[in-house]
Design a protein around this ligand. Structure first.
Ligand code: SF4
Length: 328
């Protein structure tokens, strides 16, 4: 399978003022992350909130606005024979890349719909700003075909956002993000705040879109249960780093990294009445991340070397990588 996206040694930090406002501090939100996204796969990015998942999503979309800055590394989209360096794209190039090559469904995206505009006009605006020849009748036909294919009622087009349920608004946002048939969808917590039944419908919609467009989906969520349902591979992030990466079934059946083991063991299972233990402590400050393995202040298995030397990601199985000194 070819890679649609290659990320190498990416460093994306926030520059923030210190309390006194005098000096600037760096928040190492994404710190030396490398990742390949295969064409047509659904890859999950998992981890506690504040681990850098959403910052990684923004960087992959090329949405770098202050206080976020790139301090190193590269992100290339591979489309046909073209290799697109999204971190070097200017505003005009980004307008062509966004929605046509990569689409972003941001966190809390139900609230991005303009309350004063009917849904039809949201679709028209996207088509107008990201294509060169807008013809109203053609656009209308495209939108209706897309809604039909995704099983969404045409009636939503004449509705205002407040007339739709939370689940339907989320479906509309996903339909909007994919109206121009992109190669990669980045979905940041698309099921958060939805009840279980609606959540299932949204996940099914994402899977339908993936098979219709044959696109790749980068699914960002802290919910390991969601990852278990639809992803092919998972990357586990902690304090700005990827600690484990592998096929979803392997990650769940045979996790290698102590942090991944905690995430999985905290999931409720039918019939399992054993007491769940939570990970003690809190994620570290990303202004001054701990030396060595970033998980060491919370890891019950930490040994001396963990405090000094960062463990590299090593191959533990076919396509399965983990970083932990105990694996060597
Ligand atoms: Fe724990 Fe050390 Fe492994 Fe990090 S490297 S997860 S601190 S045992």
């Amino acid at each position: 399978m070819n890679n649609v996206l290659d990320v190498d040694n990416l460093k994306a930090y926030y520059i923030v003022k210190t309390v006194r406002g005098a000096t600037a501090a760096k928040v190492h939100a994404v710190d030396d992350v490398s990742l390949e996204i295969k064409s047509g796969e659904i890859i999950g990015i998992a981890g506690e909130s504040g681990c850098g998942k959403s910052t990684l999503a923004k960087a992959l979309y090329g949405w770098i606005t202050p206080p976020l800055q790139i301090f190193g590394g590269s992100i290339f989209y591979n489309v046909g024979k073209e290799k697109i360096d999204i971190l070097k794209a200017d505003e005009k190039e980004l307008r062509k890349i966004w929605w046509n090559i990569v689409s972003y469904i941001p966190q809390g995206s139900m609230d991005v719909l303009n309350p004063t505009m009917r849904i039809r006009d949201h679709f028209f605006n996207v088509i107008k700003s990201h294509t060169e020849d807008f013809v109203k009748e053609k656009a209308e036909a495209l939108v209706i075909k897309h809604l039909d294919e995704l099983g969404l009622p045409r009636e939503v087009l004449t509705s205002f956002p407040h007339q739709l349920s939370g689940g339907m608004k989320q479906r509309v946002v996903i339909a909007l993000a994919t109206i121009l048939g992109c190669n990669v969808i980045i979905a940041d917590e698309p099921t958060t705040a939805l009840d279980v039944m609606v959540q299932r419908g949204i996940l099914q919609l994402l899977m339908d879109i993936q098979s219709k467009l044959n696109c790749s989906i980068i699914l960002i969520t802290h919910d390991m249960g969601v990852h278990a349902q639809i992803t092919d591979r998972i990357a586990i992030m902690y304090a700005g780093k990827i600690l484990e990466l592998g096929p979803t079934d392997q990650i769940f059946e045979d996790p290698q990294q102590p942090y991944t083991k905690f995430l999985i063991s905290s999931l409720p299972r039918i019939g399992d009445k054993s007491k769940k233990t939570s990970i003690g402590g809190r994620p570290p400050s990303l202004v001054r991340p701990p030396k060595g393995c970033r998980f060491h202040p919370r890891c019950p298995l930490a040994i001396d070397i963990c405090k000094e030397i960062e463990p590299p990601l090593i191959k533990v199985n076919e396509e399965h990588y983990a970083s932990c000194h105990l694996l060597r």
